[in-house]
Write a protein that binds this ligand. Structure first.
Ligand SMILES: [Zn+2]
Length: 234
């Protein structure tokens, strides 16, 4: 039967004679023995690799030290190491301060050292760009406004306004005993904003309001660390 130049056998396969003529004879029965050989080679290699890795794990398991002491799992909660004992205090050290302060403490860096040192002297040290005159906080070796590195430390007035605040009633950890307390953002008269606590005021919206005038209080929480807090301006 004719079908536009192609002829099909009754089974629907290409007629071997026609395909031979058309040059497709080689396609009909390609030599695929190499596929089987390749499969056998790959299987053998995988088997060798598997046996090798099992043997290796058995040998290394015997050599390695016993596993570290198991920490009992407390139902998905984070397990903490046992608290270390509070170090012995030297005579004259403020035992109350060192033993009682159980909240996180700041770690000074080269960029912030002057800020923390200033607080210990009861000075609020911030930086000012000598090119664009802008004051800024937190401490950085360059001006966030114009990127100049011509910056200097100055002592701020310690006066500002309460930009915004939240009264925390659900405090955690070392802060729990102090709730409710005021977490505040204060805008210094020099311009920069600081996150801080508003203290010496009842933590109640009746007594705390945005835009109220505030002034700094130096809170020496340990012998080494003084924190800047604010209170209603006198
Ligand atoms: Zn600048």
């Amino acid at each position: 039967m004719s079908n536009g130049g192609w002829e099909y056998s009754e089974e629907g396969d290409l007629d071997p004679d026609l395909t031979e003529e058309a040059g497709y004879g080689e396609w009909e029965q390609p030599d695929r023995r190499w596929v089987g050989s390749l499969f056998r080679i790959i299987t053998t290699l995988l088997l060798i690799a598997l046996i090798g890795s099992v043997l290796l794990s058995v040998v290394s398991g015997r050599r390695s030290s016993p596993p570290p002491e198991q920490v009992p799992n407390s139902g998905g909660r984070l397990t903490r190491p046992a608290p270390t004992a509070i170090p012995e205090l030297r005579p004259g050290q403020s035992e109350e301060l060192m033993a009682d302060y159980n909240k996180p403490l700041p770690q000074a860096t080269p960029e912030t050292q002057e800020f923390w040192d200033g607080l210990k002297r009861e000075e609020l040290r911030i930086q000012q760009c000598q090119d664009c005159q802008q004051h800024y906080f937190y401490p950085r070796p360059f001006c966030p406004n114009c990127h100049s590195t011509n910056v200097e430390w100055i002592t701020a007035s310690g006066k500002g306004t309460l930009e915004t605040f939240v009264i925390n009633h659900r405090a955690m950890g070392g802060f729990a005993d102090e709730a409710p307390y005021v977490i505040a953002v204060v805008t210094l008269d020099e311009g920069p904003r600081m996150m801080t606590n508003l203290v010496n005021v009842e933590a109640d919206p009746e007594h705390v309001a945005a835009n109220m005038a505030v002034e700094i209080v130096y809170d020496a929480v340990t012998d080494e660390v003084t924190l800047p807090k604010f209170q209603p301006a006198s």
